[in-house]
Design a protein around this ligand. Structure first.
Ligand code: ATP
Length: 202
């Protein structure tokens, strides 16, 4: 899977629609302090489903929307789109059939947040499912921030295992197992409630 392009509009300092094309295997984002390099990384993690504003260096999710400058008024909506080529067919399950994949997320100041998969509205979960076990995703090792190498080197065995499991592609199945276990537990509770009711009635 290759990331082909990133399109930002109204996201943090990128008030004007901006497209970054990734034509080579390696792309470096360089520029003076405060020019928006980290905002590019925030955008990539946000569109892949990051749900914590703090992880994106903000207080509230609406902080990702362009907040205005001395010369420009704030705007009402932010949107980010990633465009992938599914070159090596590594996407999860049904998504492997796609040769091209675009994911888009948009948020407005009233708090409305929407996700789109190849132009069709979808759930956040549909987006996160695509990347589970691929090494991509909002908090995956594919996005290496400042300090992350140190965190990896100093990580406790349990934390390190999370990275290894993602690299080995097993985290997708672990997520499914957790969900199934939760369903089983919910069903057990429902059955027990039902039994209580049956006892009371009988
Ligand atoms: P450094 O090299 O210092 O780490 P950087 O290039 O990574 O800097 P960023 O942190 O990406 O810079 O960008 C910071 C800039 O983005 C600041 O000028 C800040 O005002 C601007 N910015 C952040 N959020 C918003 C927003 N919601 N609206 C407008 N501008 C924003």
């Amino acid at each position: 899977m290759r990331l082909r392009s990133l399109r930002l509009a109204g996201f943090k300092s990128f008030v004007h629609p901006t497209t970054l094309n990734f034509k080579q295997d390696l792309t470096a984002v360089v520029g003076p302090n405060g020019c928006g390099k980290s905002n590019v990384i925030d955008a990539i993690r946000w569109v892949m489903g990051e749900s914590s504003a703090r992880q994106l260096r903000g207080e509230a999710m609406s902080d990702v929307i362009f907040a205005g400058t001395v010369n420009k008024k704030p705007i009402g909506q932010a949107s980010v789109e990633l465009h992938f080529e599914n070159t090596f067919g590594k996407l999860g399950g049904a998504y492997n059939a796609y040769t091209e994949l675009s994911i888009r997320r948009q948020v407005s100041r009233d708090g409305r947040s929407d996700y789109f998969l190849n132009g069709t509205r979808c759930r956040r979960r549909d987006i996160t499912d695509i990347f589970l076990g691929t090494g991509l995703g909002p908090r995956s090792y594919a996005v290496i921030e400042q300090g992350m190498i140190n965190r990896l080197v100093e990580a406790k065995p349990d934390d390190l295992r999370v990275f290894l499991e993602e690299a080995a592609g097993v985290s997708r199945y672990q997520a499914r197992r957790r969900e199934t276990q939760q369903h089983l537990e919910d069903t057990r509770l429902n059955l027990s409630r039902l039994q209580d009711l049956a006892d009371e009635l009988g």
